[in-house]
Design a protein around this ligand. Structure first.
Ligand code: NAD
Length: 502
């Protein structure tokens, strides 16, 4: 399967077969200030392999007391980290990027163990994570202050200083356990902050290896602390008085709770939330590319469990029937199966709750009058123990229906026809989300117009890749606020101080 659109499936594991892969679960620890703790106050989480439905590891969980200790350690480390020469911060981050690159097979394996991401996709995230780390390493010694006025009318010199916040609370979700770390930690460190990170309790294995590599790269103890923990640990992190800013990736329900806590403590936050991104296919598009992109990216990659995936396909009526047919048959032929098999494109969804939720959404869509083109059921046979759902395509989806309005976070595509550009824009903009939007057209004027008009944090034309590090990523509306990537992603971790000298 050709996955040219994404850096998240180039594979690189061609020499491997499913039976070669070591499926041993790594031990997980709380990583606080260079210490590895086997136990946390939050008890133990039974990690379930989504490909089999069986408990496969016991993971220690942090409680509020562990979080308190980690934040105190990070606060102490901040005193010297902020004064560490920028060139040294750059060197350490560059070293970390190299170590991430070198660990491609182990990170791929762990990504699969974490949440059932197919191993080729998980492998593709590794160079991407290294790229994000290297990019922000490059910023570490290029953060400069401005002169706002040199002895202007009032005879005063005006300056701004770009300063780190202090301890950043990092909370991430389970669908991209490595890339989410790489999208947040290097930028925070490059800017001179220290971090306390709470990965999702569902995906503890990549974080443990990331912590190993941070240590191996030579970062001073306490600069990066990683604690697996349940929601209570996340809440303790947000509320901690020494945590100066919170950066969160997850769902809108949790985001609201975090915002309330941030309000109570007068704390700023970056919120990277969900999406219901439209993919508008015009009649002049290269339909081979548009259909493959629209299928793989909606119901293939990550089994649809990606915030920015194009989950609504709006197709010009003149090509609608043809595109529905093509997408339906491609979806039907996607390789779904054992995530350890390097030829698998689509694995299980993350857990039993997600499986039940997605199947209920499929039932509701049928009741709402959408036409089921393919899929719609849990996979049986050898995969029956795991949480596998057939890649599912619905056509004739009412733009106001819940399938078109609400994030599924599963392998379900909603297709809808349109007649005019304005109608397409109106439908695309007609949800509460605003993370990404996709346009397939050869007409440059149309592409530019849509880039202007679409209400989204990013507009990707003709299969441009997701999560390019130099382009700020982040949504609006129900998709959250703040940016990761680019200079804007660095600036989230800096605050401006003004200085006037008379
Ligand atoms: P979630 O919101 O339930 O959990 C995310 C993290 O928050 C976990 O680490 C969890 O333990 C923690 N958490 C839960 N309750 C908390 C609380 N009260 N206080 C502090 N922390 C708490 O995540 P989910 O809904 O299962 O994740 C899927 C969502 O993430 C989807 O909506 C998806 O679109 C979104 N997502 C967004 C991006 C992005 O970059 N925009 C990327 C990936 C996923």
């Amino acid at each position: 399967m050709d996955c040219q659109f994404l850096p998240i499936c180039p594979g690189g594991l061609d020499h491997m077969s499913a039976t070669d892969v070591d499926r041993t679960r790594p031990n997980v620890h709380l990583r606080i200030g260079g210490e590895r703790l086997n136990f946390g106050g939050g008890g133990v989480f039974e990690h379930i392999d989504p490909a089999t439905g069986q408990v496969d590891a016991l993971v220690p969980l942090a409680d509020a007391a562990d979080v308190d200790r980690a934040v105190a350690v990070a606060h102490d480390a901040f005193g010297s980290w902020r004064r560490t020469r920028p060139a040294e911060r750059r060197r350490l981050l560059m070293r970390l990027a190299d170590l991430i690159d070198d660990a491609v097979e182990e990170f791929a394996r762990r990504g699969t163990l974490d949440n059932g991401t197919p191993i080729s996709t998980a492998a593709g995230f590794v160079p991407q994570a290294a790229e994000w780390t290297r990019y922000y390493a490059g910023w570490a010694d290029k953060i400069h202050s401005d002169v706002t006025a040199s002895f202007a009318d009032d005879g005063e010199l005006g300056l701004t200083l770009a300063q780190p916040y202090g301890v950043i609370g990092v909370i991430i979700t389970w669908n991209g356990p490595l890339i989410s770390l790489a999208m947040k930690i290097p930028a925070a460190l490059a800017a001179g902050n220290t971090v306390v990170v709470k990965p999702s309790e569902l995906t503890p294995f990549c974080g443990e290896l990331f912590a190993d590599l941070v240590e191996e790269a030579g970062f001073p103890p306490g600069v990066v602390n990683i604690l697996p923990g349940a929601p209570e640990a996340g809440a303790a992190l947000v509320a901690h008085p020494l945590v100066q800013k919170v950066t969160f990736t997850g769902g809108p329900v949790t985001a609201r709770k975090i915002l309330h806590l941030c309000a109570d403590h007068m704390k700023p936050s970056v919120l990277e939330l969900g999406g219901k991104s439209a993919n508008i296919v015009f009649a002049d598009a290269d339909l081979d590319i548009a259909c493959m992109h629209g299928t793989i990216m909606s119901v293939g990659v990550l089994s649809g469990q990606g915030c920015a995936l194009p989950t609504r396909m709006l197709v010009h009526r003149s090509i609608y029937d043809d595109v529905v047919d093509r997408v339906g048959s491609m979806a039907k032929s996607l390789p779904v199966g054992d995530p350890f098999d390097p030829t698998t494109l689509s694995g299980p969804v993350v857990n039993a709750a997600a499986l039940e939720r997605i199947l209920a959404i499929i039932d509701r869509a049928k009741l709402d009058g959408a036409r089921l083109v393919t899929g719609g059921a849990r996979l049986e046979g050898a995969l029956a123990g795991g949480y596998f759902i057939e890649p599912t395509v619905f056509a004739d989806v009412d733009p106001e229906s819940s399938l078109a309005q609400d994030e599924v976070f599963g392998p379900v595509l909603a297709m809808t026809p349109f007649d005019t550009d304005d109608e397409a824009i109106a439908i695309a903009n007609g949800t509460q989300y605003g993370l990404s939007a996709y346009v397939q057209t050869k007409d440059l004027r149309r592409a530019h117009r849509l880039a202007e008009e679409l209400v989204a944090g990013e507009v990707l034309v003709n299969g441009a890749r997701n999560l390019a590090v130099h382009r700020p990523f982040g949504g609006l509306g129900r998709s959250g606020f703040g940016k990761e990537g680019g200079r804007a992603g660095l600036e989230e971790f800096l605050r401006t101080k003004s200085v006037g000298i008379a």
